[in-house]
Ligand binder design. Structure first.
Ligand code: NIG
Ligand code: FE
Length: 415
């Protein structure tokens, strides 16, 4: 058995949920902590937690000891929505947006998703892998220990499969826990602009069977939005995915009231993500369902959009997760610490609500709640150790200032 690790003198051990169930509505504010605590790691898992006054050091002779005096220990961030496999950044569009062009105008002129698709098509699997692996290294230093990665910059049979094979290789080589989502329905390639049925057929008849047989994806996603995929098209694609064992996670209600929420709920999707453009009916519909609403405040911030109505969703009783949407077009940052700050600053989520949304509810949005997202014996020892800080609220308060001092993935220090 590998040497055990003992973390002592933890100022606050955060996120000791008794249940792995998703937190909804007012439950989101409940973030159980243990003050002056210790935590034991054995065989990559959390083995035991308790308060320092109950610790018998004689039991831990030979263990590796980490002294966490003044420091907080949290579950690693579970970032349940990223597009971090891409070939190139798009800062030229960023400048266009500063000059006043809208996201839709840029997309209509062959920029946006199609711009990234051209670059992915030209890139080798090796180049894509190396760039994406480096991004994983960077986000893990910021405290992300579990991450979802989407395809969707391929948009042809070959390029979508290339992206998914890169993600499969990342799963094998990276210490982060990774889930793969097939997003072939991210945009219509130019050649199919007038022939949606033919592209959908390519997805259902050419891409999905290979994805299923090579086990290249865990979920299916569709960009349900005006000018992209209609609710009917979304349904057709997600049902084909479901028949191959892929639950749905949907991009909805980003730019318009696209009926993305209603479509996701009808499909019993695991999550519907974005939600910048919501009305009362969409809020009620989501709150009365088991679908998680994943908010991506970095995308709203970067595109200068109205923030998702986090408070109204929480008050209505919805389950909320937070994620980065890390991608080159609308959110070129994989920093979950900034997401948590933004959720508090711009969407008025309480620090406890934001941390729950970025950990246990993010894990639920990936169906990984039995492995990560909270501090419980038997879960993988994916942990953030902060530098000494004055309180938990200091984390989102000190935006832009990294309080993450050490990160453990499966008990292994990566920082
Ligand atoms: O989640 N909204 C759709 N897709 C991405 C953006 C993709 C891009 O602009 O490259 C998003 O924001
Ligand atoms: Fe996205």
């Amino acid at each position: 058995m590998a040497k055990s690790i003992l973390i002592t003198n933890i100022e606050e051990l955060v996120g000791l949920h008794q249940s792995d169930a998703v937190l909804r509505g007012l439950q989101l504010a409940n973030l159980p902590v243990l003050r002056k605590a210790f935590l034991v790691i054995e065989d990559q898992e959390i083995a035991e937690v308790g308060t320092m006054d109950a610790l018998d050091l004689n039991h831990f002779k030979g263990s590796h000891i980490i002294d966490a005096s003044g420091k907080f220990v949290l579950p690693g961030w579970c970032d349940s929505h990223t597009h971090l496999v891409f070939a190139a950044s798009r800062e030229e569009e960023f400048v266009d947006k500063i000059k006043g062009r809208s996201y839709q105008e840029i997309a209509a002129k062959g920029g946006g998703i199609l711009n990234s698709a051209r670059k992915v098509e030209e890139a080798s699997e090796e180049t894509l892998f190396t760039a994406s692996y480096n991004r994983l290294q960077e986000i893990s230093k910021l405290g992300t220990t579990t991450v979802e990665i989407k395809s969707g910059y391929g948009l042809s049979v070959e390029a979508e499969l290339k992206m998914l094979r890169v993600i499969k290789k990342l799963k094998e080589r990276s210490s982060l826990q990774i889930k793969a989502t097939f997003l072939g329905a991210h945009a219509y390639p130019s050649a199919y602009k007038e022939n949606h049925a033919a592209y959908i057929k390519l997805i259902t008849d050419e891409m999905l069977p290979v994805i299923a047989s090579e086990k290249l994806a865990d979920f299916i996603d569709v960009f349900c939005e005006e000018g992209f995929f209609s609710p009917q098209e979304t349904e057709q694609i997600c049902l084909a995915g479901k028949s191959m064992g892929l639950p749905a996670k949907i991009h909805g209600n980003q730019l318009h009231l696209s009926n993305g929420v209603q479509t996701a709920v009808k499909l019993k999707a695991i999550s519907v993500d974005h939600l910048e453009t919501m009305d009362a009916a969409s809020i009620t519909c989501l709150a009365q369902s088991d679908t998680i609403g994943t908010l991506l405040p970095n995308a709203a911030f970067f595109l200068r959009m109205t923030d998702p109505p986090a408070r109204a969703l929480i008050e209505a009783g919805a389950a909320i997760a937070l994620a980065t949407d890390y991608n080159p077009g609308s959110a070129p940052s994989g920093n979950m610490n900034f997401v948590v700050s933004q959720a508090c600053i711009r969407m008025r989520m309480l620090p406890e609500e934001a941390i729950n949304a970025a950990t246990i509810n993010g894990a639920c949005a990936l169906q990984l709640q039995n492995r990560c997202g909270s501090i419980r014996s038997g879960k993988r020892a994916d942990l953030i150790i902060t530098r000494p800080i004055s309180s938990l609220a200091y984390l989102p308060y000190a935006f832009g200032d990294s309080c993450v001092e050490q990160v453990l993935i499966g008990g292994m220090p990566i920082l």
